[in-house]
Design a protein around this ligand. Structure first.
Ligand SMILES: CC(C)(COP(=O)(O)OP(=O)(O)OC[C@H]1O[C@@H](n2cnc3c(N)ncnc32)[C@H](O)[C@@H]1OP(=O)(O)O)[C@@H](O)C(=O)NCCC(=O)NCCS
Length: 245
């Protein structure tokens, strides 16, 4: 394909000599590789990035934010249809599926994987090694610690009384502690904390704090056992969460 010319505003970031050495973009086709929607110098992407067509990086927010810089670490793989807003920082080895939206003012660690049609709303903190499957919604001001897994269809709320005139001030998503596993189609309500390595069963609606290493199911979710008590029915192991079992 033709190399982008210096006059090409959309690819100015590639040509900025001070960042050029940081960057080796992988071109996936002859059509425009990706579009930078805000000022080019506000978007930085590390080396070995693979960015599909129809990706928007540095998309401008309608909100007033302090820092408009978008920073994405090296070895990112960003698939078509994804939109990452300005004012967000993401570590290395980001992987997105298709049609992922990551809004502004998010701070996200290394090895973040987020599959198709999932949305991270603004102001979230997400640790290292977090995996978010398809069709998930992460509400504003949610905290997700390292190595958490969210199965398809997880929905997170941050506004307990929507429509209340004080909503904007009290809005806060849940905190999901290290290594917790959230099953398919789970709903997490605002303010709650999911303890470390807890397992939330499929379809649960979590309305209260969940203790570490517990297994919860139902609506409203209740503790049914600890993860160490769960038994494997496939014969591959006796206890799926006991070390060396
Ligand atoms: C909660 C869970 C861990 C329980 O594991 P399990 O090995 O099936 O445990 P058990 O068979 O001992 O089930 C215990 C009881 O909880 C019930 N139960 C299991 N999962 C349930 C769920 N999601 N909601 C409501 N009840 C559930 C079982 O019917 C059983 O009830 P019983 O004692 O009256 O027969 C599991 O069912 C689950 O939901 N895993 C998450 C699956 C998932 O979303 N994976 C995401 C990857 S795509």
């Amino acid at each position: 394909m033709d190399k982008p010319g210096p006059e090409d505003k959309k690819t100015k970031i590639l040509l900025d000599p001070s960042f050029h050495h940081e960057r080796k973009l992988h071109f996936v086709s002859n059509t425009p590789v990706f579009q930078l929607r805000s000022e080019a110098e506000l978007c930085f992407i590390g080396k070995n990035a693979s960015v599909d067509d129809h990706v928007l990086l540095g998309y401008p927010t309608g909100r007033k934010i302090r820092d408009r810089q978008l920073v994405i670490g090296g070895n990112a793989e960003i698939r078509s249809g994804s939109v990452i807003y300005e004012g967000t920082t993401i570590g290395s080895h980001l992987t997105t599926g298709h049609n992922v939206v990551i809004r502004e003012e998010n701070v996200i660690g290394d090895h973040f994987t987020i599959w198709s049609n999932s949305v991270v709303d603004y102001g979230c903190e997400i640790g290292h090694g977090v995996k978010i499957h398809s069709n998930c919604y992460i509400a504003q001001f949610t905290t997700i610690e390292d190595h958490v897994f969210l199965a398809p269809g997880v929905t997170i709320a941050n506004d307990l009384h929507p429509g209340c005139e004080h909503s904007q001030k009290c809005m806060r998503g849940p905190t999901i502690k290290k290594g917790a596993q959230i099953g398919v189609n789970v709903t997490l309500l605002p303010f709650i904390t999911i303890g470390e390595r807890a397992l939330v069963g499929s379809g649960a609606v979590v309305t209260k704090d969940i203790p570490p290493c517990s297994v919860v199911t139902g609506n409203p979710a209740k503790v049914i056992c600890t993860i160490d008590e769960l038994q494997c029915s496939t014969g591959l192991t006796d206890y799926p969460y006991r070390k060396g079992a």
